[in-house]
Design a protein around this ligand. Sequence first.
Ligand code: ASP
Length: 317
Amino acid sequence: MKVLTTALVALTIIAPTIASAETCTTQETFGVIIHGGTARAGNVPEERLSFMREILTDARADLDRGAEALDVVEMLVANMEDSGLFNAGKAAINNAGGFVETDASIMDGKTMEAGSVASMKLVRNPIKAARLVMDETRHVMMVGDRGETAVTSLGAETVEAEYFVNNKHHDEPEKHGTVGAAVLDRCGNLAAGTSTGGYDAKIPGRVGDSPVIGAGTYAKNGVMAASATGHGEFFIRFTATRSIAARMEYGGLSVGDAAQAAIDEMAAAGSDGDGRGGLIAIDAEGNFAMPFSSEGMVRGITSNTQTPVAGAFGNME
Ligand code: ASP
C-alpha cells in the first residue's frame, strides 16, 4: 500500500509524491514519458511545460528510490488532473450539455490488470477512481451515474460542480486535450494511464478512447506501455495503443516504428484533419516514442540518464 505525502511545487499546486515505496531496485534503467494533449501552434502556455518538468523531477526521484511504475503513473496523472492546466480533472472541458464528464484508465503491465471510469461528473481524480476499480473490484470499467456511485462508495473523492474551472480556457481555439503517462520502473515493470475531459463539444454520454483499454491506454511487461491523445473515435476503432504492442510482438518493429505506424494509419484514414492525434510510449528497454499527426503534442520525458525535459513541438528542453 502506498503512502502519499504532500510537497509544495511551482504554481502553488500541492503535488503528492510517493514516499514509501522502495521495492524496485533490481536494474538501473527506468524511464517516464508523459503528455498533456495535442497542441496547436502558439497555443501552449509555458506554465504547462514547467509544471510537467516539476512532476517529472518528482517521478525521477521516486523511481530512483524504487517506486513502482503503477504508483508513479497514478501520481503523475493525478497531479496533472489537479493542476487546472490540462483538459483533465479540474480543468476538464464542458460537454455540449454544459457540464463535465470525465474518462480515465490505468493498466499494470506486470499483471495485465486494468481499471477504468467513464462519464464521471463529480469525481475529483478519475485516474484514482480507475485505480480503485482495478484494485477493489472484479471489474474493469465503471461508467455513468451508477459507476460514479460505485467508485464513490469505494472511496473516490467527489467535488462540487463549481470545482471544474474549464471556463478559464474558453479563449482557446482547441476544446480537447488529455493527460497521460507511461512508465518503466527499476523492476522492469511497465504501466500506463490516461485521463481526459473528452473531445470538442461531445454529446453528453459520449465516451472517448481514454478509458478504453487497448485504445487510449495499454501496458504489457516485456513489450511497451502507451497513452494516447487525439480524435478518440479513431483511436478506439484502430485500437491504437494495443496496435503498437501488436506491431512489436508480432511484427518485430521497434517502439518508435510501431507508434509511428499507428499514428500514420489513423491520419491516412481520416479526411479533413480527422483521425489526428499523438501517442507516447516506452518499451521494456526504456526507449521512448512520441509521434503525433497534430500540429504539436505537449509532452515530457525523464529517465535514469535523462534530466526532465518538456516541449510541445519539435524541441524539448
Ligand atoms: N482522446 C480524447 C478523447 O477523444 C481527447 C483528446 O485527447 O484530445 O476523448
